[in-house]
Design a protein around this ligand. Sequence first.
Ligand SMILES: Nc1nc2c(ncn2[C@@H]2O[C@H](COP(=O)(O)OP(=O)(O)OP(=O)(O)O)[C@@H](O)[C@H]2O)c(=O)[nH]1
Ligand SMILES: [Zn+2]
Length: 195
Amino acid sequence: MALEHIAESVLPTQFGEFRISVYNAADGKEHVVLSMGDLKGEPPLIRIHSECLTGDALFSLRCDCGAQLEAALEKISDEGRGAVLYLRQEGRGIGLGNKIRAYALQDRGADTVEANHQLGFPADAREYSLAIELLKCLDLCHIKLMTNNPRKFDALKAAGIEVVERVALESGRNPHNAKYLDAKRAKLGHWLTLP
Ligand SMILES: Nc1nc2c(ncn2[C@@H]2O[C@H](COP(=O)(O)OP(=O)(O)OP(=O)(O)O)[C@@H](O)[C@H]2O)c(=O)[nH]1
Ligand SMILES: [Zn+2]
């Protein structure tokens, strides 16, 4: 997939000053790298974050995405270096409308995996070739990865990215997302501790 770097600027945030870079990809979407400090040398902290409009921007409590994004930016800010790769693969790759359809099915009792299946999608329609290409493009072959998702971890390792450390990112559990987090642990194998 060809990546085109199209713009870059400074982005002051509540977590400190980041650089924002925008890349066009062959999927027709604009993907973002939010970075702080010098990424060369010691493996930096990296978060590969899948877009969640509802959680990242609309304060939804149905998932843990917004809390994870905040925690990742905080950790990067504490270390003074690192990056968030913000990938435009909303709803685990099925898009916003379908994610909300899945929510409606969850309201009627399905869990997050069953709802995707009922809509004719796999449990997780994402793939990480774009993330891998971005990491290689940024010369980031040795990283500390902030994730609880074994599938993401394995995909990077299989592509030759050396994940020298996995940093857990458990935050934002609340009564509205408890079932969702339990399904991620039980059905998708996420490394999440029991409450
Ligand atoms: N289809 C679907 N997608 C969801 C649902 N809840 C959140 N998402 C999407 O799930 C994606 C985040 O994936 P997660 O499985 O929560 O976490 P992850 O990124 O794989 O793993 P971590 O690195 O540990 O955060 C985002 O794209 C969200 O929009 C849901 O109920 N159904
Ligand atoms: Zn979310």
